[in-house]
Write a protein that binds this ligand. Sequence first.
Ligand SMILES: *Cc1c(COP(=O)(O)O)cnc(C)c1O
Length: 460
Amino acid sequence: MSENKIPYKIYLSEDEIPQAWYNLRADMKVKPAPLLNPGTGKPLTAEEMSGIFCEELVAQELDNDTAFIPIPEEIRDFYKMYRPAPLVRAYCLEEALGTPAKIYYKFEGNNTSGSHKLNSAIAQAYYAKKQGLKGVTTETGAGQWGTALSMACAYLGLDCKVFMVKVSYEQKPFRREVMRTYGADVTPSPSTTTNVGRKILEAHPGTTGSLGCAISEAVEVATSNPGYRYVLGSVLNQVLLHQSVIGLEAKAALDKYGVKPDIIIGCAGGGSNLGGLIAPFMGEKLRGEKDYRIIAVEPASCPSFTRGKFAYDFCDTGMICPLAKMYTLGAGFIPSPNHAGGLRFHGMSSTLSQLYHDGYMEATSVEQTAVFEAAERFARVEGILPAPESAHAIRVAIDEALKCKETGEEKTILFGLTGTGYFDMVAYQKYNDGLMSDYIPTDEDLAAGLSALPVVPGQE
Ligand SMILES: *Cc1c(COP(=O)(O)O)cnc(C)c1O
């Protein structure tokens, strides 16, 4: 098909929503390291995990071998409310940049929660419901995960308790109210409602909170209330699995027109959207069938891949969660309060960490003023107001397209546009008022967190 026949938006039909999630781990020669029990230093058993997570999700978490896991019909029905998500050819952006590069983005913001997180929220809520649970607990940072989970729980009639990082709870009242409208119970974290929250508040009075704190609180509530389990919106293998619908759809849409991306770019917080977007492409790369350049983009103020250590660490500040082997800045790491763009988790998916460690992907970090500059440029030509998280990927997509302009190369770039930024207007306001600044942590800033990594027997 000739190049100029490619439509602005490539839509798939409802029937083309994937029938199965693709489990990237099945094609990895070196599997991601298992979660460890922090008490024994031994891999967490399914039984130990099932006190925290739903049973079916535990099975998915531990499954390193099954390549395709069928998506239950009930979940596909829910997906039909907002999927397939469009794959967009960014003709207007290409023209504005004057680049010979061809830019595509997979837009995941076409649902009320405004991000890709709904893809995993509905799956996790579904398995909790199927197990006969009363409800689920979770943490949320900027609020997208909490919003998505509230929507999924409302749909299935499950109770939903959300611990929201305090700074976001205060800065993003509208997201909080969306969650409450869907019936969720929202508590600013750290709070005085949990033991771990009280401990953290005692040690750091006036803290603005972190995802790590909120996770500790949510896990405590799940494990101390019968009929509740904890669910997590990123980082875990199961979340990457659910998010593979992003990549499977993107690849199906590109395949229709015989387009093969040269570069695939995604923002990386805990790694779920990137893990999902790259899944089928990385599968081909791992099997030696095709090659792609894959780039993870993180904030310079929270640089887990680019400046963290690949080591076992806690996922939470309270150190009650299992240990995960990942690129981490240390569980005590809290990004500077002027950091406005999300992606503030101290660690990174074990799966992506292993792939990065083994050289299958690259990572780069960008400063937030440059991110918002890219967001503004994108919004003005492509029309969509991007989430600041997504704008990290836009920044690098633009930079790569501008390199093509210099060299004359007609590379094809695919990036993940994970969500919309309507609830991020405090950050946009800062940028518009010229009050946004960049803070890059010094080596000394990072040293404290990195030197406090737990010592795990056999992993020193
Ligand atoms: C949560 C979120 C991210 C980052 O999370 P990942 O797990 O790394 O994908 C990126 N973009 C948006 C819009 C989000 O809501």
